[in-house]
Ligand binder design. Sequence first.
Ligand code: AMP
Length: 229
Amino acid sequence: MHVILMGAQGSGKGTQAAILEPRLNLVKIATGDLFRAEIFSGSPLGNELKAILGRGDLVPDELTTNVVRGRISALVADREAGNPVAGALFDGYPRTDVQARSLDTILDELGERLTTVIEIVVPRDTLVERLSGRRVCAECGKVFHIVSNPAPAGNVCDNCGGRVIQREDDMPGPIARRLALYDQQTAPLLDYYRNLGLLEQVDGDRPVDAVTSAILTIVERRLTASGTV
Ligand code: AMP
């Protein structure tokens, strides 16, 4: 089973991925997280990525796909070695037509198939409000929001004691740039997956639990229909 979570920045993909990963026994492949970890390591590649992410631009397709290919191959090898992981949960990948086709090729080569692509749908003004108020722990990535879920006093993370910060790309300029790139490059993929009969949509403008339940129902239905369960 391989599931793609789609939706604009701020739609809650990361939140849902963190909940669904253990629930569905999937391995999360979140390219944004992988790039941020590389930046945190301070490597030369990390320094290049820092500039790209800071502007809200997209990382080149080839680099992104190589990272993903490595993760999927490791997952499949792991499974063949007896680890009972069900598959991958993609968060933030694919984001372009080239990436979607590369993912098809990678999965084909490994004899794997996508189970479903789930779009989390949220109105644009809500997305902007969520992104501009978002704060994250620089150490563990725990997410806060200045209104709905404020960080503890002094901006110290209550999960790990790390510093809670505003992501550079959650500033107004980069937010606008990221949403524009989503519209231009990523939204067209919805039609691509719709035509393949893989697309499902859930209303993401609801409490987290309700969105999780909706996604779980879809995955179960898809698995039943494909005879996997
Ligand atoms: P995210 O955490 O998914 O919002 O990603 C943060 C940033 O990482 C994006 O704004 C891009 O700069 C970069 N990024 C993440 N995933 C991809 C991808 N699939 N293709 C290109 N760039 C990406």
